[in-house]
Design a protein around this ligand. Structure first.
Ligand SMILES: [Zn+2]
Length: 102
């Protein structure tokens, strides 16, 4: 009867056991964007958890930055238009309007 020549050392035994209890990571798909994500965690792609918006994602931040930038540009444009109007039109007319409100 064949028998192992040497006893399996603790090191060899434990190295063999090291992969014994590893389980595959559970993966679910997001109900909002159908991207794979971890269960019981906020979706990294869209920032939703249980149908509610929790996180601002990288894309959202980019969008917000764009919106604020465009809003600022529009404000600047309007201000420039107002300034040009003030220069172009009669200034006393606007001042008279202001006094009637008071
Ligand atoms: Zn998602």
């Amino acid at each position: 009867m064949p028998v192992p020549k040497r006893k399996t050392s603790k090191s060899r035994r434990d190295m063999r056991q090291s992969t014994k209890f590893i389980r595959p990571q559970a993966v679910m798909t997001c109900s909002q964007c159908n991207e794979p994500n971890l269960p019981h965690q906020v979706c990294v792609e869209c920032g939703y958890y249980k149908g509610r918006k929790i996180l601002n994602t990288k894309n959202d931040r980019g969008m917000q930055r764009m919106q604020t930038r465009t809003a600022a540009a529009q404000r600047a444009q309007k201000a420039a238009e107002k300034n040009s109007q003030h220069e172009g039109h009669d200034h006393t007319h606007h001042e008279g309007d202001d006094h009637s409100h008071e």
